[in-house]
Design a protein around this ligand. Sequence first.
Ligand code: SAM
Length: 394
Amino acid sequence: MNPPAARSMLPALTPDEQRHSEAVAALIRTELAAAGGWLTFERFMELALYAPGLGYYSAGSWKLGGGGDFVTAPEVSDLFSRCVAAQCAEVLGATGGEILELGAGTGRMAAVILTALDREGALPERYAILEVSGELAARQRTRLDALPPRLRARVAWLERLPQAPLRGVILANEVADALPVRRFTVSGGAVHELGVALAEGGTLKAAPGPPDAALAKVCAGMFGAPPRNLPEGYTSEVSLRLSPWIVSLGACLERGALLLLDYGLPRAHYYHPQRIAGTLRCHFHQRAHDDPFINLGVQDITAWVDFTRAAEGATVAGLEVAGFATQAAFLLALGLERQVAAAADAVSRARLAGEARRLIMPEEMGEAFKAMALTRGYEAPLLGFTLQDLRRQL
Ligand SMILES: C[S@@+](CC[C@H](N)C(=O)[O-])C[C@H]1O[C@@H](n2cnc3c(N)ncnc32)[C@H](O)[C@@H]1O
């Protein structure tokens, strides 16, 4: 979809959204001017999503769930979180310790996991949440305050990653896709970084920038220099932050598993020559489009996860890639069908069957979303990865 087409199909901004978006645009223009007229896309995305008090995740807009911009698997169905709970129970059974959830959204997954683990007699010592969004942290508190006191007492919000490494499980559902990415395009047979500059009328546009050694090295490593097999005009993204992020999470894990759940692909598929426009997507009022330069600060900007890069990060972190599977295979291995069959009556069974289809059908969330387990000091096979092993694709 080209940008003008994206604009014409989106709802108009409310006056409040318009004011907010103009404030974010002004901030980015100021930073552009200070930087000589060009910013990396990564810096632009960081400002649009995380600028203090203004970025999409830092400010107050209603992002997630009904009435928000997008819906995630825990919001589609509690079946998802119950399956994740089953995976947590298995790991916690061996390691004890706690769960740390990054980017806990509305808190729904945390509430369902704690309730399911309580039923199993497998509660973690603590359920810690690290959340960058003030709005979402407030929604998490409201939701988790409704838990029985003995469960609520286990929940804690952290300001930063724990100093002391933990035993147990680190969870990140749809967080890696929100890490700011660099963009590149192939032109004249070479890879050029695609950043951001001012267009006429003070709007923003994609613009090639000066060569950058870090990006050039990563692209040369992946595609050769000059790039083999990528057609002229090919545009895509690279997350230079993914590997350091995994290293920082790995440093927090003494023993147990880091579970990454997100939409993404192994590298050979991610950078397939036919995927000529990359994976960058924006979400605004339940509509997906590909123009990051509109609705600044009031729309989500994401890119799919290169799971090969995640696995490389794991190696640097000294973590084992213990499992990689589609979301469908992961949930089925963790008893999704059993949960549907156990519904109390036919009406709820039919509703749960519909929700399960959304989670596992290939044309819905089943194939595009993946589960990856990175472990330390945990050798036993993980239940969620017993039906499928896609690690050789990494
Ligand atoms: C797409 S939402 C997913 C929310 C939730 N995990 C779910 O699946 O419903 C991304 C979440 O990650 C949070 N987030 C973004 N960047 C983060 C970071 N660097 N560290 C921790 N949380 C982050 C956001 O505020 C939000 O809660």
